[in-house]
Design a protein around this ligand. Structure first.
Ligand SMILES: C[S@@+](CC[C@H](N)C(=O)[O-])C[C@H]1O[C@@H](n2cnc3c(N)ncnc32)[C@H](O)[C@@H]1O
Length: 251
């Protein structure tokens, strides 16, 4: 019997390909009535084409870049493996499941707001955890990264991958970092990967680290993961993964 595969979905939502694709085709058709539609037709089709290529690069069936980027988070964790773990913005739980496999003694929670903008859901998370055989170790909870539904100092390890810049219910994207540190125990470990080199969101790395130190962490480090050689140039645009970095440390 064929082994069931987890569905981790793609960081490029289908609508980013389909909407410009349809608009491009409409403009193309209108181009036969008036030549002025040719330019928007070309632009829309180029955008759609770009996102098709990005989808292929990220996909587990082809470029597998999502998995490699999630592995970066795991490889930067320095933790013994006993205690409670939180994965903020877990999506369909690829990172949550990696952590469960690496730390079989840990109790892991994956949380996300699972909004309409993405093809992710708690049902997919539960099904993926079952397929991976780690369902007993993991539970899932809905909530927002800007206001985590957990008490202060609840977790021994807190991780997050490519989430904080997406949080829409607060203007200052740093609020979610502060919130993630709030639920971490003193002495607990954190590894956050996001578009931390996007200065309009986070300021300079130096200023960001100073702010984080003021929130009471004992160790913090900035790692430019966008320089990893396996990341293709084509997806190194600032809002893709061209501004990717890790902030890690100990509270
Ligand atoms: C690029 S996906 C990353 C998902 C997952 N961390 C991964 O590595 O595949 C961004 C995730 O952020 C989540 N997200 C967006 N806003 C959020 C919020 N306010 N609170 C929690 N999660 C949020 C989305 O639902 C989505 O799962």
């Amino acid at each position: 019997m064929k082994k069931q595969q987890e569905n981790f979905s793609n960081w490029v939502p289908g609508k980013m390909i389909i909407i410009p694709g349809i608009l491009g085709l409409i403009c193309l058709a209108l181009g036969f009535i008036h030549w002025g539609f040719w330019i928007p037709a070309i632009l829309f089709l180029l955008i759609s084409g770009y996102f098709i290529i990005a989808w292929i690069i990220f996909s587990s069936r082809f470029g597998n870049l999502q998995d490699k980027i999630q592995e970066l988070v795991v490889s930067h964790i320095d933790w013994k493996g006993n205690g409670k773990v939180l994965d903020i913005g877990c999506g369909n739980a690829p990172l949550t499941i990696k952590l469960a496999k690496k730390y079989p003694e840990a109790e892991i929670i994956g949380m996300d707001y699972w909004g309409k903008n993405w093809d992710y859901s708690m049902q997919f998370c539960t099904a993926n955890a079952e397929i991976a055989g780690v369902e007993k170790q993991i539970s899932f909870k809905q909530g927002s990264a800007s206001r985590l539904p957990f008490e202060d100092a609840s977790f021994d390890l807190v991780v997050s991958n490519l989430v904080f810049h997406e949080v829409q219910d607060v203007k200052d994207k740093r609020v979610s970092i502060q919130e993630a540190l709030r639920v971490l125990k003193p002495g607990g470990v954190f590894v956050f990967q996001d578009l931390f080199l996007l200065t309009p969101y986070y300021g300079t790395p130096e200023a960001l680290l100073n702010t984080i130190r003021q929130w009471g962490v004992s160790e913090v480090e900035f790692i430019r993961t966008c320089n990893e050689p396996f990341i293709p140039k084509l997806v190194k645009l600032p809002f893709m993964v061209g501004t990717l970095a890790i902030i890690r440390g100990v509270k």
